[in-house]
Design a protein around this ligand. Sequence first.
Ligand SMILES: [Zn+2]
Length: 442
Amino acid sequence: MKFQNLLMLFLFCVVSYAQTPQDLYNIIDAVSEKRLEKDIQTLVNFGTRNTFSDTVSNTRGIGAARRWIKQEFETISSNCDDCLQVFYQKDFVTKKGNNRVPHDAWVVNVVAIQKGIKYPNRYIIMSGDIDSRASNTMDFITDAPGANDNASGMAGTMEAARVLSKYKFENSIIYVGLSGEEQGLFGGAGLANYAKEHHWDIVGVFNNDMIGNIKGLDGIIDNRTFRIFSEPVPPTETERERQLRRFYGGEVDGISRQLARYVYKTTKTYMPEMNPMMVYRLDRFGRGGHHRPFNDLGFSGIRIMEAHENYDQQHQDIREENGIKYGDIIEHVNFDYVKKLTAVNAINLASLASAPPPPKNVSIGGAVEPSAKLKWNKVDGAVGYKIYWRDTTSPTWDYSRYVGEVSEFTLDGIVVDNYFFGIASVGENGFESVVVFPNTVF
Ligand SMILES: [Zn+2]
């Protein structure tokens, strides 16, 4: 047997490691509430994790926190045959020109990459934030436990790494702790630029920011609902693309929105006890998060977070005023809920990391005809394709048809005018890519 054939056989054997949808239930069960609680407590114990706090101490400040996170990722890696590449990615920010930066400092992210076997350059990213803040975001001295904002997202990211590092995937997964969120999304911007410079093909970013509060200031207690924020279309779209949308649609069908729908569907399928709530906007009203710098560069990214916030318990010094207790302390974190949202991330990471790339050059036709038509370019690794469609007023892909390994299809009797259409690739184990909205017409 020629060497190339042997190599192919070897690759085939490795690739068949890929998960089956049944594995997603094991992944859900493997997420540990106890470990999440322990990690959140450890992060809280650093006193403050303000990005501009002490970097020398081993017990207090952002330096100690990021060294501990890096060490944790390294421990996880040593338990999976060094399956993670762990490193710091950093950028220097200066006081000059930034009115929320108290002094020049390195903004340091901790990155752990689990390389995919078949598509190593395709990345699905789960992020949490290392940093926390007091009432005044420039105050890097005062205690800022940031238990929910955002030790919860950071702990969830580390726990997802623990669980998923026991599996092998076709695509790469990145687990990352970002810094500088509270002063201007610096860490996310740094990593997004790094991704662009290194030509990463980013499948999507799951920004987890506040995944532990179930008791809202609105009085509602809810441990099932969570929000998925996604912007409508990328800010990088061209004027021509904007013009074409007037005639062909797509106002609510950008790449981040498709990622949101993917998470919605996977959650509904494998964790039906949960109540995912898609919010059709970039982020909360006038507020920001670390998926945005990725969106700014044209990458797909969403924010996953609790449904009911308590504003007395975020961005506040720990204190009592007029009988109201302020501060983001660990007593307010619901670890069972953190576990659920970590599992939501983990099954979506696993599912996307097991799926082939989406079809390319998806084109739609069928004007003044009774049947919609789609054409696309086949992709390596797909055993077939699934066409999705929905009423124009529906938020979710409600109808679908598997069409096998073809590169065009006519949907008899489905009038193109009355629905929106998309198409996903399907892999041999049944995992699907994100749905692609047609980008040309014929
Ligand atoms: Zn915050």
